[in-house]
Write a protein that binds this ligand. Structure first.
Ligand code: Z5A
Length: 212
């Protein structure tokens, strides 16, 4: 089972992924947590380049190909081997982030981005994608509070520096894309407490595991 989490910044993806790992392990499943960008060794280097505040001069196309390179390496080296070993793989962001951020956010064609993703993932698509939906103001506020507590995140602030209108566009883009891919996407309102949000996440995951 391959599960991915998506959403704008600060929706609580990392928090929910931690809770889901604990839940699935309590049911006897072996779980691998990973993320994009940065899930592989090469990806760690690409992540620094992509998210550093000094990378403002990256062109949209150069940014796109770095995300795709990260994905191709990550799927081949980390995700697919873990799935073949029977693990549940939970990934913090995946191919849909490219369609939404580089497409709806930066203005590249979402259909073309989906086709490039097809090449990068080479058949390894998630069975379930959980979109945590939250308004951009609340998400950014949560992320800023987290960053103040965790100084290491400050070097990765390139997206936080974007105008609020960018983040609103991303939220709308996610909802549009999720409606187009509704066989895979489940949308959870992320405005409640972590426990309230997790109830929805758990429900969707249990449902998909039963179907599988
Ligand atoms: N990107 C891209 O453009 N194209 C691509 O193809 C890919 C990515 C793969 C990676 O960001 C950036 O790369 C991303 C898109 C771009 N940029 N943006 N924006 P990242 O991986 O560094 O960070 P992120 O994915 O945006 O998430 P985040 O900021 O780390 O937030 P989160 O994981 O969703 O939330 P969290 O860390 O779990 O929670 C944030 C804070 O809120 C924290 O203090 C929590 O304790 C708190 N929290 C969590 N849940 C709640 C609830 N329910 N209530 C109140 N407070 C809460």
């Amino acid at each position: 089972m391959f599960i991915t989490f998506e959403g704008i910044e600060g929706t609580g993806k990392t928090t929910q992924i931690g809770m889901l790992k604990e839940y699935l392990e309590s049911k006897g499943r072996e779980v691998l947590l990973t993320r994009e960008p940065g899930g592989s060794r090469v990806g760690t280097e690409l992540r620094k380049m992509l998210l550093h505040v000094e990378s403002k001069d990256l062109t949209s196309l150069a940014e796109l190909f770095l995300y795709l390179a990260d994905r191709a390496q990550h799927v081949a080296q980390i995700v697919r081997p873990a799935l073949e070993e029977g693990k549940v793989v939970i990934c913090d962001r995946f191919a849909d982030s490219t369609v939404v951020y580089q497409g709806y956010g930066r203005g590249l064609d979402p259909k073309m981005l989906h086709e490039l993703n097809e090449i990068a993932v080479d058949g390894t698509w998630p069975q379930l994608t959980l979109l945590l939906d939250l308004d951009a103001d609340t998400g950014l506020r949560r992320a800023m509070t987290r960053n103040m507590q965790d100084g290491t995140s400050q070097a990765e602030g390139r997206f936080e520096a974007e105008h609020i209108s960018f983040h609103n566009r991303i939220r709308e883009g996610y909802l549009t894309w999720a409606a187009l891919k509704k066989e895979r996407f489940k949308v959870a309102d992320a405005s409640g407490t972590p426990e309230e949000v997790f109830e929805k996440v758990r429900h969707f995951v249990d449902q998909r595991l039963e179907e599988a």
